[in-house]
Ligand binder design. Structure first.
Ligand code: PEP
Length: 252
């Protein structure tokens, strides 16, 4: 089963609009073709318009890092999925562990966001992952299974096969302590199995599953070599143009 790899940078709350435009200028001529890999940058909402303008005519795609689940209304401070779509955003990252931890996002809310993203013609990158405590207690698979089952609730088979799941063990994010390739493969395989159980094998064979957590140019190839890992969601190592391009070079 060949699935197109997807390498997505998550800039978190970093860079200004000017810095983001400079980044795109630096990388745009060296982005591998869209036929080979989906290269995506997840930028802060405040300058997504600058990003979608800057990537026009390139093979780069743009992700938001969050959105609300209603299209419009009295929700002060939230980003509308309808507006993100109108700006030309391709993907929306949802359920990142930082949003679950600091903003108390629940599995049910993440599921509502997934529906809203599809309703507006974009695709979700749904993050999941366990704490160190859960990992050490041997409960990671059960915990992640619940996150995935809840996040995908009542999506159609067609929607699920087109979305992206990012397995990001919380203990590996921004810590420099990446999961082993065996841990990453094992969990990505488990996630695919859960998708097969909840939908069917054909959907599970299509859905793309990324590993995330201290991925860098030096270690990305080991993850990409795993049969159930279809790419990476990368924080720190996506911030510098050279480093982002090196991540993409790992695709062959
Ligand atoms: C992330 O923010 O999703 C992430 C994986 O960060 P880092 O690559 O810095 O660990």
């Amino acid at each position: 089963m060949s699935r197109k790899p997807i390498i997505a940078g998550n800039w978190k709350m970093n860079k200004t609009a000017k810095e983001s435009r400079a980044f795109i200028e630096d990388v745009k001529l060296d982005i591998p073709s869209n036929d080979l890999v989906d290269a995506v940058i997840g930028a802060p909402a405040i300058f997504l318009e600058a990003m979608t303008e800057a990537v026009q005519g390139t093979d780069l795609q743009v992700a938001a890092q969050n959105c609300y689940w209603e299209d419009e209304g009295a929700f002060t401070g939230e980003s509308s999925p309808k507006t993100l779509s109108d700006l030309g955003v391709d993907y929306v990252i949802i359920g990142h562990s930082e949003r679950r931890q600091y903003f108390h996002e629940s599995n049910e809310e993440i599921n509502k966001k997934a529906h809203a993203i599809f309703r507006n013609g974009m695709k979700p990158i749904i993050c999941c992952g366990e704490t160190l405590e859960t990992y050490e207690a041997g409960n990671a698979e059960e915990f992640v299974g619940q996150q995935i089952t809840a996040a995908l609730n009542e999506l159609t088979e067609g929607q699920v096969q087109s979305l992206v799941i990012a397995y990001e063990p919380i203990w590996a994010i921004g810590t420099g302590k990446s999961a082993t390739k065996d841990d990453a493969q094992k969990m990505c395989k488990t996630i695919r199995h859960i998708v097969a159980e909840n939908f069917n094998q054909e959907v599970a064979d299509q859905v793309r599953i990324q590993y995330g957590g201290s991925v860098k140019p030096e270690n990305i190839a080991e993850y990409l070599a795993c049969p159930d890992v279809d790419g990476a969601l990368v924080g720190g190592a996506s911030l510098q143009p050279e480093s982002f391009l090196s991540l993409l070079e790992a695709i062959n």
